[in-house]
Design a binder for this molecule. Structure first.
Ligand SMILES: C[S@@+](CC[C@H](N)C(=O)[O-])C[C@H]1O[C@@H](n2cnc3c(N)ncnc32)[C@H](O)[C@@H]1O
Length: 260
């Protein structure tokens, strides 16, 4: 297992999936990125379309949109997350969805298998996505932007994509990777929003669920954690500023040659 998959397996074992009971009140100034993502993926679905979701984790997000498609495959590298996904699938009663332990870089799927490939805060492997998509098919990707939780990471002196706020926007990097692989980028939308955690204990729980601060340890990181909480506590709660983005791209349709 990769470090990434080990982290997510620990999350699944501790919380029973890719979620925690950390309480927050969220304020979406630019709309909800997850709702926009679902809307885009639902709009591309048809009863005979095939959807491949990479980094599906516990499968709950995928199951929510799977009824729009005829066949749905979710892949992930974490066996513990996939155990949770199997449980959610059984509860859903859906028979056209499968979950598999598989690396998104080597799906083993046939060329041009899928109509749509999605990754929701999961991996982006532009070359493999291009190979498994049919001409005219779409990638829909939801990622974490360079400004995400910046104040928290600055206080801790480390974190996911630390210092990337001084570099090229991550959404542009993703769009460039997709263009370089032959895709036409059809959407690139940023979302800034605020999460207000109801207590220090809620924020502490959340930091164990996500890889925002690598190797987060409640004891060892207590000084930085307390400093952050003291600096950002407002009447609504303990603020965490988020920055996500959604990129959609299309594989060019095949041009039929005419014989005259
Ligand atoms: C942030 S979680 C995604 C959560 C899920 N997509 C959702 O929206 O609820 C990222 C997931 O990607 C998986 N992952 C990371 N690298 C991967 C790879 N190369 N192939 C397949 N899955 C991968 C991790 O195991 C983890 O479950």
């Amino acid at each position: 297992m990769t470090m990434d998959a080990e982290f997510y397996s620990r999350v699944a074992e501790r919380f029973g999936g890719y979620f925690s009971d950390a309480r927050s009140t969220d304020v979406f100034a630019d709309g909800r990125p997850d709702a926009v993502f679902d809307e885009l993926v639902n709009a591309l679905g048809t009863s005979d379309a095939r959807l491949l979701d990479v980094g599906c984790a516990d499968g709950r997000s995928l199951l929510r949109i799977s009824r729009a498609y005829g066949a749905v495959t979710g892949i992930d590298l974490s066996p513990s997350m996939l155990e949770c996904a199997a449980r959610h699938l059984a509860e859903s009663g859906l028979s056209h969805v499968t979950f598999e332990l598989c690396d998104a870089a080597h799906t083993g799927l046939p060329d041009e298998y899928a109509d749509v490939v999605t990754s929701r805060r999961g991996p982006l492997i532009a070359g493999e996505f291009e190979r498994v998509l049919r001409p005219g098919g779409f990638v829909v990707y939801m990622g974490i932007g360079e400004q995400d939780a910046r104040e928290l990471k600055e206080t801790f002196g480390r974190g996911q994509n630390f210092d990337s706020w001084n570099a090229k926007p991550l959404s542009e990097e993703i769009a460039q990777e997709l263009s370089d692989a032959g895709f036409i980028v059809t959407r690139n939308q940023a979302f800034r929003f605020e999460e207000f955690y109801h207590s220090a204990s809620d924020l502490d729980t959340f930091l164990h669920q996500v890889p925002i601060v690598d190797n987060y340890d409640s004891e060892a990181d207590k000084k930085a954690f307390d400093g952050y909480v003291a600096a950002v506590t407002a009447s609504q709660g303990i603020r965490l500023s988020r920055h996500w983005f959604v990129v959609q791209a299309q594989k060019p349709a095949r041009v039929e040659s005419s014989h005259s």
